[in-house]
Design a protein around this ligand. Structure first.
Ligand code: NDP
Ligand code: GDR
Length: 324
């Protein structure tokens, strides 16, 4: 019998990479999509797996749809990747963000408790929960949370609910506290993709500049394809637990811009970048860098793609896409 996995957020960035990884491990993959008249399969198409997924529909904000789904499928593993995941938008849509990212997770956990308590559960937690807190300049599993956005706050609720269902009902529930991870199918509004797409447009003469917000923010950027392996490994351990996942190396937005322009042979990047207050946040997180030691030791997980390789890969993919 094939193992079964339900992946929410299947049309986003991580969903396709995880689905591809699980398909290679011979899983039957159910991809949850919300009600659409015309779903966007671009990211699954990019990885060539659109036809290999079994699509099921449900919405994280509709508890009844999740109850029905879990009762019907009894999946061996549930990976909850769906979310309103854009931090900046969470300041403008805090209620929708909370309904999706907090209550949605509770609905899913309740569905598992009631109808499929042996399903293992992965929650897509985030470094944004740490906000301004750090332990000697980096963040690990023991760093306290101090979220700085409605998005961060909503994910702290989901984190603790996941821990609570593990402790109270013995559900195999894990939090992957993932730091920023990117790829050629990253949403166009996130800073890496915005920059690599912008650089590709400049290279092809389609744009003159890129407008950005805070250039000094530091993030720990890794490759999404590497990070989905850590999600899988968490659910294969003897005991459920929470893990920080990142590269351990921080770069500023400025470094990112420099690396992207370097990929097209331009060193005077300052001539092409304009700061624009529209992209600043009401409250910023200045620096997030992981201490991924526990994931290394317990899961045996290590990232393979470096920051420079990642940015080059994204710029090249954007040039190819735009040429088409
Ligand atoms: P994306 O934004 O690319 O994908 C999120 C997906 O969630 C989208 O496909 C979206 O569907 C779906 N979704 C949103 N609202 C609902 C809803 N109400 N019901 C059902 N589905 C919904 O995110 P990523 O793939 O980058 O991230 C995956 C998860 O990991 C998210 O939870 C994110 O918060 C978290 N995370 C991401 C990190 C990163 O760096 N990428 C780091 C740490 C955590 P639709 O296509 O219909 O809009
Ligand atoms: P983040 O990613 O907020 O860390 O959340 P994002 O790429 O949006 O921002 C990273 C940093 O870059 C700064 N920045 C800009 N950001 C955007 N989007 N656009 C700009 O023009 C710009 N200029 C500067 C931001 O201020 C910020 O400091 C991502 C999401 O995937 C979350 O879902 C996830 O939980 C976290 O990563 C970890």
């Amino acid at each position: 019998m094939k193992k079964t996995a339900l992946v929410t957020g299947i049309l986003g960035q991580d969903g396709p990479y995880l689905a591809k990884y699980l398909l290679e491990k011979r899983y039957k993959v159910y991809g949850m999509i919300r009600r659409y008249s015309a779903p966007n399969f671009t990211n699954l198409d990019y990885l060539g797996i659109t036809k290999e997924i079994d699509y099921v529909d449900a919405d994280l904000t509709d508890q009844s749809s999740l109850l029905r789904l879990i009762k019907l499928l009894h999946p061996d593993e549930v990976y909850n990747l769906a979310a309103q995941s854009f931090v900046k938008a969470s300041f403008e849509q805090p209620v929708l963000t909370t309904n999706t990212n907090s209550l949605g997770v509770l609905y899913l956990l309740e569905s598992i408790r009631l109808f499929s308590p042996t399903s293992k559960f992965y929650q897509a937690s985030t470094s944004e929960m740490f906000g301004t807190n750090h332990t000697n300049g980096i963040q690990d599993e023991n760093t306290p949370f101090h979220p700085r956005s409605p998005y961060g706050v909503s994910k702290v609720f989901a984190y603790w609910m996941t821990v609570n269902y593990r402790e109270a009902y013995n559900i195999f529930a894990c939090n992957g506290v993932l730091f920023n991870h990117e790829s050629p199918i990253r949403g166009i509004q996130f800073v890496t993709r915005k920059v690599t797409d912008g650089v590709a447009r400049i290279k092809l003469g389609l744009e003159k500049d890129i407008r950005l917000g805070n250039l000094d923010a530091i993030r720990d950027w890794g490759f999404a394809g590497d990070y989905v392996e850590a999600m899988y490994l968490m659910l294969q351990q003897d005991k459920p637990d929470d893990y920080v996942v990142g590269t351990g190396v921080g770069h500023s937005v400025k470094d990112l811009v420099k690396a992207a322009f370097k990929a097209i042979g331009i060193s005077n990047w300052q001539d092409y970048v304009k700061q624009d207050p529209r992209f600043m946040r009401p409250a910023e997180v200045p620096k997030l860098v992981a201490n991924p030691e526990k994931a290394h030791k317990v899961l045996g997980w290590k990232p393979k793609v470096s920051f420079e390789e990642l940015i080059k890969m994204m710029v090249e993919a954007d040039i190819k896409r735009l040429k088409k």
